[in-house]
Structures are given as C-alpha cells and as structure tokens.
Design a protein around this ligand. Structure first.
Ligand code: ADP
Ligand code: MG
Length: 415
C-alpha cells in the first residue's frame, strides 16, 4: 500500500463523514426546532406564541456555516469544517439562550437534540482532538449558561451530556485500539517485506561477490607467502577481504532458508572460541574481559557455528563501545524459566551505551551509529537466537554501558 493512496482514502473517508454529519445535523436542527417551537404548540392550540430568543432569525443565521462548509468542501479544505461548524453553532445557541432567559423569570429548560448527535457522532471522525473539542465545548456551554443565569436547571442536560460523552469516549477508544492493532500488523508485514527484499538482493549479490573474493584472498595469501614481503599491506588486505566476507555472510544469512542443524555443543567452548577471535581487537583497544561461569554447564542443543557468530557479534559491539579501553564481564549460568532449564549468557560492557531513541531501532537492517558499521550484526544475531527459540534482552545506560542478555533453551523441544 502506498502512502499517497492511504492519504487519499483518509481524505475520502473524512469527506464522507463531514457530509453525513452536515446532513444529519441540519435535518435534526431544523426539524426539531420547527417541531418544538411551532408544530408542537400548534397541535396544543397555542400557535402564534412562537419562538423567542433569536426567533426565526436563527434559521437564516444557521444557513451561513452551510455555505462556508460547501465552499470548503469544493476547495478540498475539509478537515476544519467540523470544528468551525460546531463553534458557530455553540456561539449562536449560547446567544439564543441568553437572550431568551436573561431578565426573565423563566426557568432554564433547554438542551438540544443536535448536541446529542454531535457527541455521539464525534467518534466517527476517529480524532481524539475533535472528540474533546465537542464534549468540552458542549458541556462548557452549559456551565457558562448556568453561571450567567445562576440556574440549577442546567444540571440535567449537563449530566446527560457527561454520560453520553463517556459512552462516546469508550467507542472512540475501541476504534483506536482496533486501528492500532491493524497498524501493528501492517508494520510487521512491511518489515517482513523489507527483509524479504534484502534477502533476495543479498542472495544475488552475495553469490556474485563470493567467488571473486575467494580468488582475491587466495592470490593475496599466495603473494605474501611467495615473496615474503615484510610490510603491513598484505595482512591488512587479507583482513579487509575477511571483513567483506563477514558482511556478505551476514547478508546471506537472511536469504538462506533457516535450516538449523541442532547438535549438542559446549557453551564453554563456544565462548572460548569467541574470545580467541575477538582477543586481538580487545587488546588493541585496551579492553579486558572477565568471565564468570557458574557451575558445570550441561551441553546445549544448538547450531554451534551460528551461536559462535552470535557471541562474536555481541563481543565486537561491546569492544567497539569502548574505544578508550574498559572492561567486559561475561556471565554464564543455568536458569529455570517456566520449568524449563535454560542457559543465560550476559555480556556487560562499560562503554558509551545506547541512546533511548535508538533502542527500538536495534536489530533493524542497516541501523548503525558507527562510521564503518554495517548495521547487520544485531539483526543476524536476533534472527539466530529466534531460530533457537531463545530470547535477547538489551539494557543500556548512556555513558554507563550496555548489558546484553541471551537466554537459550538447553534442550530443543521435540517437534
Ligand atoms: P554495527 O555494529 O555494524 O553498527 P550492529 O547491528 O551490531 O551493527 O549494531 C547496531 C548499533 O547498535 C550499533 O551501531 C550501536 O549504535 C548499537 N550497539 C549495539 N551494541 C552496543 C553496545 N554494546 N554498546 C553501545 N552501542 C551498541
Ligand atoms: Mg556490530
């Protein structure tokens, strides 16, 4: 669905609602008023006492906002109509009431059927601002009239409108929660669509890049060994080729069907391997690593290669968050959640932390705050953990550090 077509649909819906509102409002207003002040009295045999307040003049006055509304509908400026219309009506009606009652000893006996319509119709516009505008406007009008006339009789319509407003609010809230759940589904679909496109692109590009990259790496290594050249360029070239390879691997992970080969593996070995890979980078940046492993740990049902990838990604992020050195604490222990044994592995750094506004973006494809980051690490990490029926939680405090907690079921559920 395109955004433009959404807007177009919203516009059409609003237009329909405005026209319906105007028709119902005017039908009710004119019929009710004429019935109440003329027909009813005529049937009762007292025709001629007629309408006081603004008198029949009000019928001409109320034509004014109709002309304005029709003009605005033609111009396509439809979103303000309902506000203007209601404001105009409330002002005219207040004046009508005040003229009718001020300086007389009549008791206030009013309340207008169109106001009931306005309140009950408000949720149709699915607009909280308009709902509050209507309710507060109408209830405010009675409070104002009550204060000016010092008449307790306004309490009746006031109570009635409070109850109607509560009902309308419940309807509106239900509308909103329904719309929100629809939007969530739509967002999720969009995210999946985006991932699918990235996956297809990755498969195509990755495939094309892989082979030349392998050749390049082979020849570079060959040159290094053959000529025994003693400069730093060759190791850097090999390192950079490896870096491209990891990026391609990350991208390819998305396109591959997620067939996981579950086998028993030792988490101690996986962590040890991760450390051996990341050790060099940690040393270079003056980062120390402390590991606490609680007790003998049972072997874990997992795809060892993929879990290594997870912890390498997490360790790299932790190290990269401390460019001026620091410490990382890895904590591994067994926990029981919902009577199932699980492994909890947390990696805690004392790095720069993650800003609140970025937390929700973690794991989105290509979200990165680093100059040469890819923004793929956490996405792949989350996917692998999900494929293992595990969970990942990230807590972070800006300038204090980040704690990433991974929880994995020890035994794969039999399916
Ligand atoms: P990349 O590392 O290539 O940027 P990732 O997906 O691994 O991509 O991480 C995405 C972003 O999440 C990083 O750019 C960083 O802003 C943030 N992040 C992840 N882990 C940490 C951490 N331990 N400390 C601070 N920021 C982190
Ligand atoms: Mg990373």
């Amino acid at each position: 669905m395109k955004k433009g077509s959404n807007n177009h649909r919203l516009f059409a819906e609003e237009k329909k609602a405005v026209i319906l509102f105007l028709c119902l409002f005017n039908l009710l207003f004119y019929f009710w008023d004429v019935y109440y002040y003329y027909i009813r009295l005529y049937i009762g045999g007292s025709f001629g006492t007629s309408r006081d307040g603004l008198g029949p003049f009000i019928y001409f006055l109320m034509l004014l906002p109709i002309f304005v509304a029709v003009y605005q509908l033609k111009k396509g400026k439809i979103f303000l109509i309902k506000y203007q219309y209601l404001t105009f009506f409330l002002i005219i009606d207040t004046i009508d009431n005040l003229i009718r009652y001020i300086g007389t000893n009549h008791h206030f006996a009013s309340g207008n059927i169109v106001e009931v319509l306005c309140i009950l119709f408000a949720p149709i516009f699915v607009n909280k601002k308009y709902f509050w505008f209507t309710s507060i406007g109408i209830i405010g009008k009675y409070i104002l009239i009550g204060l000016i006339l010092q008449d307790i009789n306004v309490v009746f319509p006031l109570l009635l409108y409070l109850i109607l407003s509560a009902v309308a609010l419940i309807v509106l809230v239900r509308f909103y929660s329904y719309i929100n759940s629809l939007t969530d589904v739509y967002e999720e679909l969009k995210r999946k669509e985006k991932l699918a496109v990235i996956g297809q692109m990755a498969a195509a590009i990755g495939h094309e890049i892989r082979n030349p990259l392998a050749a390049l790496k082979g020849f570079t290594q060959f040159q290094l060994e053959k000529y025994q050249i003693n400069n730093n360029y060759f190791p850097i070239m090999i390192e950079e080729i490896d870096r491209i390879n990891t990026i391609v691997d990350d991208l390819m992970y998305l396109s591959r069907p997620k067939k996981i080969k579950f086998e028993k593996a030792s988490i101690e070995e996986i962590i040890a391997y991760t450390l051996s890979i990341t050790q060099q980078q940690a040393e270079r940046q003056g980062v120390t690593v402390e590991i606490i492993i609680a007790g003998p740990l049972p072997p874990l049902d997992c795809d060892e290669k993929q879990l290594k990838q997870v912890f390498i990604n997490l360790m790299k992020n932790a190290i990269e968050s401390m460019p001026n050195g620091g410490s990382i604490l890895i904590h591994v222990n067994v926990v029981v959640i919902e009577s199932q044994q699980r492994l909890s592995i947390s990696i805690q750094d004392k790095g720069m932390g993650i800003a609140d506004e970025n937390i929700l973006n973690l794991g989105e494809p290509f979200f990165t705050t680093k100059k040469d980051g890819t923004g793929l690490g956490l996405m792949v990490t989350k996917q692998i953990i999900k494929d293992h029926s595990g969970e990942i939680k990230i807590e972070s405090l800006l300038k204090k550090g980040t704690k990433v907690n991974v929880i994995l079921p020890i035994n794969k559920k039999k399916d």
